[in-house]
Ligand binder design. Sequence first.
Ligand SMILES: Nc1ncnc2c1ncn2[C@@H]1O[C@H](COP(=O)(O)OP(=O)(O)O)[C@@H](O)[C@H]1O
Ligand SMILES: [Mg+2]
Length: 338
Amino acid sequence: MKKKLKVLLLFDSPYFMPRGYDFNEEFRDPDWDTERDVYRALQQIGHDVNVLGLHNDIGILLEELKENRPDIVFNLAEVFNEKPNFDKNVVWLLEMLRVPYTGVSPGSLLICNNKALSKKILTFHKIKVPDFQTFHKNHRVGLPKALKPPLIVKPLCEEASRGISRASVADNEKSFIKRVNFIHKSMNMDAIAEEYIEGRELYISVLGNRRIKILPPRETTFGQFPEDKPRIGTYKAKWDDAYRKRWGIKNVFAKRLPDGVDKKIEDICKKAYRALNIQCYARIDIRITPESVVYILEANANPCLAREDEIAQSAEKSGIPYNELIQKIIKLAFQRNR
Ligand SMILES: Nc1ncnc2c1ncn2[C@@H]1O[C@H](COP(=O)(O)OP(=O)(O)O)[C@@H](O)[C@H]1O
Ligand SMILES: [Mg+2]
């Protein structure tokens, strides 16, 4: 690998901006912390960095790749034209044009972004996931007999806890149907209902291709949040600072785990990473029951990479400072493409 690379930092933009726009103004906003942190790291490492924000015009990406072909695309694009399921199409384009890129392949994005599809594959590999049932739009909805309540109802293909609130956990037919209908009608999405797994919630960051490294686990602690209410990562619990402060909700390094559980988590996460054919980096969300049974809730392909985010925190703790993490992801991308 060359020392100084020509890197195109690719991300999604909420509005159209032409090629050559520098996004310095946007990078001051905390909403853009991943883009800004990765951009600065790439510069500090010494790469020659161009940025491109995609909104709804794929033509600017094609022009950029043709006229100013990078050695690699650092891919942070999560949506295209505000549609999360188009993220993979952007990567498919990079594959078709044979441009190396960071993060997972489009096939793996497709699997990881669908909470039912990924669980079917994990089940085939005998990895424990909550029992579930899908509810597609325009079909009859009823409390699934095969699942043990309480159930949690989520959009089938969403991220960042969009569509997840306290009302997502239902223990009777009425509240269940109401929530499924909310996802179908208000969010215009298919839904998945899963058995509710009681227990600690951990986030396991993973790096690698064939050789896989598991980083120190992070955990959400729910502070003074009532014990008789579902302690889950709702949208508010994740993103509303005032709400987090009020209930003492924090993300921390996982406190001591029962004997043997660390190793169990490591084995399960490695197995899941391979089963889902993930490359470069990912974050796996898990729950551990009071009986120490480990369930995978979901695998996040291309998770957020800001300095504050779980993967960067876990990497730092394991002795990989931020800039080194970003450089490592580039190395893994080239290695994968070989
Ligand atoms: N089966 C489940 N049992 C218990 N809690 C769950 C379950 N599924 C999701 N949750 C809670 O909801 C949060 C968001 O769910 P997740 O599937 O990770 O969706 P997202 O992709 O939006 O992060 C999780 O962090 C967890 O707190
Ligand atoms: Mg999650």
